[in-house]
Design a protein around this ligand. Sequence first.
Ligand code: SAM
Length: 308
Amino acid sequence: MNAFQEKLYEHHSQVFTMDADLYQARTKFQDVLIFENRLFGRVLVLDGVVQLTERDNHIYHEMIAHVPLMAHGAAKRVLIIGGGDGGTLKEVLKHPVERVVLVEIDDDVIELSKRFFPQVSDGAFEDRRVTLVIRDGVEYVTQAEAKFDAVIVDSTDPIGPGEQLFTTAFYERCRNLLRPGGMIALQSGAPFYNPEQLDSVCSRLARSFHAVRPFLAPVPTYAGGMLALVAGGEDHKALRPPIKALREQFDRLRPNTGYYTPEIHRAAFTLAPAFTPAPKRLAKPERPPLPDQLVPLTILSKINESLR
Ligand code: SAM
């Protein structure tokens, strides 16, 4: 039996059976592997890290798109950095947006996703509201002059081309591209396995955004089954609006979601203690330091305190 083993963490790994090999090659930026697994359907792997599967990608894409856009309530212009599979783009287009710019560094990811995962984008790249830019997201945000209501960073992990999308300087540039009331949302890995990353992402974002709050999405594909996302904006209440406001907006839009609901939006911001930084007495797993390394401010503990 062929198997793919994801070795993202030193003392833990996950294994998928490769029930059919579909594609394997190196692009200009990263290694791509696509295979079929009987439980998850087709699986996309970049640089040895599982990015998405047919079975559960909608949970991730709905949460990273609808949480900031529903919280904003009137977003017209949206910037997506990464997201070459088109899943986040498809969800963003369910809102009455006027323009969406998607900046992906690797056009091979877009072409391979259209070919092997057509349902993930479901024609989103052909929507007339979409502008596709093949470019490094860091370069784009450094030079862009256009302003946006929301920036969604749908990146790989801070390894390879995604590394620079986790720096203080990048977040500051994103904030400068936002119109008043603008929001940012991004993924920050598996919080149980890598609480330091989430702590550091929140600390860095907090330098540019007054309100920063992590929220969770259960995505069985990712090690541990729980993915951390982070939202940033001008004030905490705006990121997690009252249920009445969310329900009214949801009824108006009827965005056809399989996971996101207004109730889940609010509940996702309640972090269990298990997802806060690891106690110091546990040996820290060795992993490459994040770029632009900061001393963790244990900001998550403070955020959790404020939610109680
Ligand atoms: N939505 C999936 C998930 O659940 O994690 C996958 C994320 S999507 C495939 C991540 C994309 O970010 C990749 O296609 C990768 O090429 C892109 N990316 C990585 N670094 C980038 C950068 N510096 N600028 C723009 N795109 C980048």
